[in-house]
Design a protein around this ligand. Structure first.
Ligand SMILES: Cc1cc2nc3c(=O)[nH]c(=O)nc-3n(C[C@H](O)[C@H](O)[C@H](O)COP(=O)(O)O)c2cc1C
Length: 322
């Protein structure tokens, strides 16, 4: 019944992608999003290994069936140093691959040759031009309210600008945590949405035990756009991408709006103070949609209710015009 570029191209029921989330979205979460009628992506962060990918494949096949369509999100800037990650992703014959954060040109043709649809999350019109030139099939306008690494322009202005600037299919990401959000971006012209934060209180997520309680407690004001956790964890992200995370004692103490001072002494102090085992110190990446998440719910239910509510809202909107 849903009919967008995304549902037609991927042959899925709902215009919803479970966002790739390194460290949180493995095979179980992705499998449940797929079982609900969307397509769940496995987040293969820089530190993921081919063995971890193989394990997630076993898990997703158990969750969503042996012929479940597969989708992976890779961090483009780190791929040159870990070519084995792309090799194992492509060996799984995925239906969809996201190459985000960096110029995807060196990798797009290989992904296409493997039979996958290629998308890139972008944070500006300059990014759009780069990924268009690289030959991606569709772009994701990822707003700065998104959880995890992202840009600085908010979803709505970025989405409008990107829709105006390209003929490629456009998806939206960042702050979409309910049917109202999905209906809004579809009405604006997006072909579907990536949902991340709204899935992070699902029992199928991976990650530290404190992550779900911290998210349930957090409201939309309780996130910060920071590079402090990259410095603390020695993740050499290009400096133009900070990550959006829940505030805690660690960000109170160490976050500086301009970014952590690049001097090695500061970085050493920040990493010495970090302790990922402690709720008040460890990172929980999440976006401003944290304010919409107040109960633990299986991903299947989250996806189904976002879709049903978006459908009702879009039908109601049509009536606005009489
Ligand atoms: C915990 C977390 C980890 C993320 N890791 C990645 C990643 O590894 N690769 C990627 O392309 N995007 C990553 N993202 C961004 C998501 O793909 C997506 O853009 C974002 O979750 C959408 O915004 P929302 O969180 O408001 O729904 C991550 C987001 C979160 C919350």
């Amino acid at each position: 019944m849903w009919n967008t570029w995304l549902t037609r191209t991927l042959n899925i029921d709902l215009p919803i992608i479970g966002a790739p989330m390194g460290g949180r979205a493995g095979g179980e979460l992705a499998g449940q999003v797929t079982a609900a009628g969307g397509l769940g992506m496995i987040g293969a962060a820089r530190y993921a290994t081919p063995e971890w990918i193989d394990e997630q494949l076993r898990v997703i096949r158990a969750a969503a069936g042996g012929d479940a369509p597969l989708a992976f999100g890779l961090q483009t800037w780190s791929l040159a140093d870990s070519p084995e990650l792309l090799d194992s992703v492509l060996a799984a014959q995925p239906k969809l691959v996201s190459l985000s954060f960096g110029d995807p040109a060196p990798f797009v043709q290989r992904v296409k040759d493997a039979g996958a649809v290629v998308i890139s999350q972008i944070n500006s019109v300059d990014d759009l031009r780069e990924v268009e030139a690289a030959g991606v099939d569709a772009v994701v306008a990822q707003g700065g309210e998104a959880g995890g690494h992202t840009g600085r322009i908010a979803t709505l202005p970025l989405l409008q600008e990107v829709l105006r600037a390209t003929d490629l299919p456009v998806l939206a990401a960042g702050g979409i945590g309910s049917g109202a959000g999905l209906a809004a971006v579809l009405a604006a012209g997006a072909q579907g949405a990536l949902v991340g934060t709204a899935l992070l209180a699902s029992p199928e997520t991976i990650g530290p035990e404190y992550a779900i309680p911290a998210l349930l407690k957090a409201r939309s004001v309780d996130t910060v756009y920071t590079d402090v956790f990259d410095k603390a964890r020695h993740q050499p992200w290009p400096t133009r991408w900070f990550g959006r995370a829940l505030t805690n004692d660690f960000t109170e103490r160490w976050h500086d709006g301009d970014g952590v001072d690049a001097s090695s002494s500061t970085e050493e102090a920040v990493s010495a103070a970090y302790d990922g085992a402690m709720p008040e110190l460890g990172v929980v990446y999440a976006g401003q949609a944290a304010g919409l998440v107040d109960e633990v719910r299986p991903a299947r239910e989250v996806v189904a209710s976002i879709a049903a509510d978006a459908e009702a809202r879009l039908r109601a909107v049509a009536e606005v015009l009489g």
